[in-house]
Design a binder for this molecule. Structure first.
Ligand code: CA
Length: 232
């Protein structure tokens, strides 16, 4: 009888039934969305509404390429050094050198003043001698200590040494003036805006057109995203 009364009470109140049905629908929609998110995570990719703008960013590769790969990176970040050493050479060989994709680098400043100094140095070199940018970029990651990367190493003195080797046309005064000038600062600010706009939380973050790669060291996911985007 108790069971019968309970059924009667619930079944007899249409407002409760509507509320229960609505709650069930909300839960089911939630589960559906969770499954969708999970299935995207399974293939290592997250779809974004659009691709980040690469206007005014250093770009390597063919301007005609249909795929643009963007790295959000930080010269002070050990994972970015590791990515540049372990993933980047294969990516360059397979897709950038072949003209299938191009590659842009956007600064992130997650490690304080040294990150900011590195970002502005890259911008200064890129504006003065764009053809020298990638040599400077690689040399700066090479200079990051493999152990104890938290120690102070990214200094003006270190940057001057690297610039002297990789951008010999740029003398010391010109480099320091550009490094501390408004133009490099405003380019670094543009990158900060992109970092906020795209919700970049970790470095390196790798995007293939409008696809964010969940694990930047998962080359198979990067490859799969590029191949998918190359399809007509
Ligand atoms: Ca930039």
């Amino acid at each position: 009888m108790a069971a019968s009364r309970n059924r009667g009470n619930t079944g007899g109140n249409p407002r409760i039934m509507v509320a229960v049905t609505a709650a069930v629908i909300i839960v089911l929609v939630g589960l559906f969305l969770l499954n969708q998110a999970a299935s995207k995570k399974d293939d290592g990719m997250k779809l974004l509404d659009d691709a980040p703008s690469t206007a005014s960013q250093p770009m390597m590769g063919s301007g005609e390429a249909g795929v643009t790969i963007v790295e959000f990176g930080d010269y002070k970040c050990p994972s970015c050094k590791a990515w540049t050493e372990r993933v980047w050479p294969q990516l360059k060989q397979d897709y950038i050198d072949s003209g299938k994709a191009n590659f842009a680098y956007i600064n992130v400043e997650f490690h304080g003043e040294e990150s900011t100094l590195g970002a502005k140095a890259g911008e200064a070199v890129y504006q003065a001698y764009p053809d020298r940018f990638w040599d400077f970029h690689k040399a700066l990651f090479d200079a990051q200590p493999g152990a104890d990367h938290n120690s102070l190493w990214l200094t003006e003195e270190k940057l001057l040494d690297i610039a002297a080797e990789t951008v010999p046309e740029m003398d010391k005064d010109a480099f320091l003036s550009a490094l501390n000038g408004d133009s490099a600062a405003s380019m670094a600010e543009l990158d900060r805006i992109l970092v906020r706009q795209y919700g970049v939380k970790a470095t390196p973050t790798i995007m293939v057109n409008h696809i964010e790669i969940q694990d930047p060291f998962d080359y198979e996911a990067i490859r799969s995203a590029i191949e998918g985007e190359l399809q007509p």
